[in-house]
Ligand binder design. Structure first.
Ligand code: CTP
Length: 354
């Protein structure tokens, strides 16, 4: 949880361990009934077959089952058990019963298990469990607002194994998506290939090419706000060679490219236009002049200008310096971490649309 604490403000939380149902000292501090109420969500990790069975028949013979029976809060279970145990009719019956009682589940997943077996029953990744919990607890000034964030680079294939791309790591888009989620927004995050984990947000979609990103953006409309952070390749090879391109010693290589759809421009002119459309201007020279031109040409409401040149450029760095351009003027933020830039933008968006 600590890696997400900055946005979720969990850094002040403390962990307590309780084991006994009728411990004299623990009962004196906090009774098991209070324990079941003094929280926003009860997370059951790992949800074993035994505990599921106890919950399904309302047992209360230890602290965990008593707490689960006594709580008036939402319960989220991450089942974790051997594949045969998961598929056992008794377990499946218990799961159905618990679901009809309003108990929520994340997973299980298919995969390798601690016992060496393979199949359904493997516990979901901790990040996915936390992500689901965060979604269940989501509240804040942006609750109910649907926000698109495009992020990362795109790759455009030349042949089955070669492609062109760019240096974008996707870090800035990821930070913006997490900050918006932390303020309660319903974020759809569409990313090109990166090595980063997904941000904590409701919908995460991976694509490779600009065409795929465009299809994903259209497929999830409408949005209240759209932020195009992705470094979408301007060009795609047309056609993509079906076979590996062979070298020809006597000739230089010529490839044909055609333009990719401009997603930001599409969103700005869309019939379902978001209330607020924000683009980025990745520039190596004449930063503000080029960004001003983009604000007009793309028809968006704000352009975030950032320098991406070789020396101290934003791509690949943990820091960023941005200028926010709007019809009303320019605001600058120098040398902040990308996390901070995400938070600043999320706050500004909140002020604008709420
Ligand atoms: N953008 C987009 N779809 C594209 C190209 C760009 O949505 N096919 C968006 C980017 O996400 C960014 C903005 O347009 O928000 C500007 O992208 P940038 O790469 O800075 O400029 P380009 O529009 O590609 O123009 P140029 O390469 O000539 O600077």
């Amino acid at each position: 949880i600590s890696s997400f604490s900055e946005n979720l403000r969990l850094s002040d939380s403390f962990l307590f361990f309780y084991e006994d149902l009728f411990s004299v000292t623990e009962e004196a501090n906090i009774g098991h009934i209070e324990l079941s109420r003094d929280c926003d969500l009860v997370l059951v990790v790992p949800g074993t077959a035994d505990l599921l069975s106890k919950m399904a028949c309302g047992s209360a013979n230890d602290l965990a089952s008593t707490l689960l029976l006594a709580t008036d809060k939402k319960i989220l279970i991450a089942p974790s058990m051997n594949v045969n145990m998961w598929h056992n009719p008794a377990t499946l019956r218990n799961v159905e019963l618990l679901k009809s009682d309003g108990i929520l589940f994340v997973g299980p997943e298919k995969g390798e298990m601690a016992c060496g077996a393979y199949g359904l029953g493997r516990m979901s990744e901790p990040e996915d469990i936390i992500s689901t919990a965060v979604e269940l607890l989501r509240s804040g000034p942006l609750a109910g607002k649907t926000i698109l964030v495009t992020s990362g680079p795109t790759i455009e294939y030349l042949d089955p194994i070669r492609f062109i791309s760019n240096k974008s790591t996707g870090e800035q888009g990821r930070c913006i998506a997490e900050s918006l989620s932390a303020l309660g927004a319903d974020v759809t995050f569409i990313t090109g290939p990166t090595t980063l984990p997904f941000p904590l947000c409701r919908k995460k979609i991976s694509v490779e090419s600009g065409d795929q990103m465009f299809v994903a953006v259209k497929g999830n409309e409408p949005y209240d706000v759209a932020i195009c952070v992705a470094a979408v390749s301007d060009w795609k090879a047309t056609p993509i060679s079906k076979e590996k391109i062979k070298k020809n010693k006597n000739e230089s290589l010529s490839l044909k490219f055609s333009e990719n759809e401009d997603i930001l421009r599409y969103l700005s002119g869309s019939k379902k236009r978001p209330q607020l459309v924000i683009g980025f201007a990745a520039e190596t020279d004449n930063l503000i002049d080029n960004a001003k031109k983009k604000l007009v040409e793309k028809g968006c409401d704000w352009i975030i200008a950032n320098y991406v040149g070789l020396e101290n450029g934003a791509m690949g760095s943990i820091e960023n310096s941005i200028s926010i351009l709007k019809a009303g003027g320019i605001e600058e933020f120098h040398k902040r971490s990308k996390v901070e830039i995400g938070q600043i933008l999320a706050q500004k968006i909140t002020t604008e649309i709420t």
